[in-house]
Write a protein that binds this ligand. Structure first.
Ligand code: AHN
Ligand code: ZN
Length: 331
């Protein structure tokens, strides 16, 4: 019996290696690493995520109180439903730094809502009303496309939702699209206004869609689609969720995405994860394109009229999306 089993294993190995040779498969180390997902993890389709980013941009800037904003909200809610999530929506009036009343909407999709073991994934879906970092001052008060800033994280998460519908990960997953993240006090405004960013997540932190909502940990995707993006270990994430940072960065490295997920610390960034951490006591990390060389610390296109589809690279969407799927399906 023992002999037979050993023989069978030997035979199988010989057969596989022979088959590979016959097919003429020679793969580079990089390619081999790219496909090193565990067999249980679905294959993230970057072209699909790219399409979801393009679709959001096609509505026009998703600035609260605009028709584009409303149309895009309906689209996002419809997609989460179409991908089989249990849908929750929060509609609220938020007050911007200048007193503007914003008709805002947080859009939430839940998978396996009864499962107590859960992961929270989130991104902001609004786009900035001001290109206040544009090289041309004439543009400082015009809204941006936000292909990367807003669109990319949502696009990746819609593809994650589609994959979850195709294959049940066996744990709870919540996807939140927060509104009014990017209505923060602009550069051309001289007065100081505290807590003007992340209004949708601030609201949710105080009023979660489910009383006493809890997840084991959370992952924020912010600006995850630009060509040659670099994701450094953001400091608030390291402070409150170091093991999650290590889990995500080592997963990315093992999948061959180490050129995006840099094994070094970046700065601390005020972002939606801060309000999920502080409001709900959930350890969260922020995957955000960070450029230590740039004056703004973000991409050259950040809060300019150049945050368009031209900057979006499916290879970056793939690196982030595949890493997130790997974390979900191995939790
Ligand atoms: C600040 O600039 C304070 N936080 C960056 C958060 C952000 C804006 N993410 C995208 N747009
Ligand atoms: Zn922004």
């Amino acid at each position: 019996m023992k002999m037979t089993k050993a023989f069978m294993i030997l035979f199988t190995c010989a057969f596989i290696s022979c088959g590979n040779k016959e097919a003429g498969q020679t793969v580079s180390t990089a390619e081999a690493q790219q496909t090193k997902t565990t067999s249980s993890t679905p294959d993230f389709q970057a072209d699909s995520a790219y399409f979801y980013v393009e679709k959001q941009v096609s509505f026009g800037p998703r600035v609260p109180n605009s028709a584009a904003h409303k149309a895009c909200a309906n689209y996002l809610a419809g997609e989460l439903k179409r991908f089989g999530a249990k849908l929750y929506e929060q509609e609220m009036i938020l007050t911007a730094y200048d007193g503007t009343r914003l008709e805002a909407r947080n859009i939430i999709g839940a998978y396996n809502p009864e499962n107590r073991k859960r992961i929270l994934l989130f991104a902001h879906w609004d786009s900035r009303p001001f290109a206040d970092h544009d090289p041309d001052p004439q543009n400082h008060r015009t809204p941006i496309d936000g292909a990367d800033d807003g669109g990319s994280g949502v696009g990746v998460l819609l593809e994650v939702a589609r994959q979850i519908q195709l294959k049940d990960p066996g744990i709870g997953v919540d996807i939140i699209f927060f509104d009014a993240e990017d209505y923060g006090v602009p550069e051309f405004e001289t007065r100081y206004v505290p807590n003007s960013w992340c209004l949708g997540s601030q609201f949710w932190g105080k009023n979660p869609h489910i009383p006493n909502y809890k997840a084991d940990f959370g992952i924020l995707l912010d600006m995850v689609g630009a060509k040659n993006a670099t994701f450094y270990k953001e400091l608030t994430s390291v402070k409150y969720a170091a093991p999650i940072v290590e889990k995500v960065w080592s997963t990315a490295r093992n999948l061959g995405y180490g050129k995006y997920f840099i094994n070094a610390e970046g700065g601390a960034i005020t972002d939606d994860h801060e309000f999920v951490i502080k409001g709900r006591n959930i350890p969260c990390i922020d995957i955000i394109n960070y450029d230590p060389e740039n004056r703004t610390r973000f991409g050259h296109y950040w809060h300019t009229q150049n945050d368009t589809m031209e900057n979006i690279d499916p290879a970056t969407l793939k690196a982030v999306g595949q890493t997130v799927l790997e974390v979900i399906y191995n939790y």
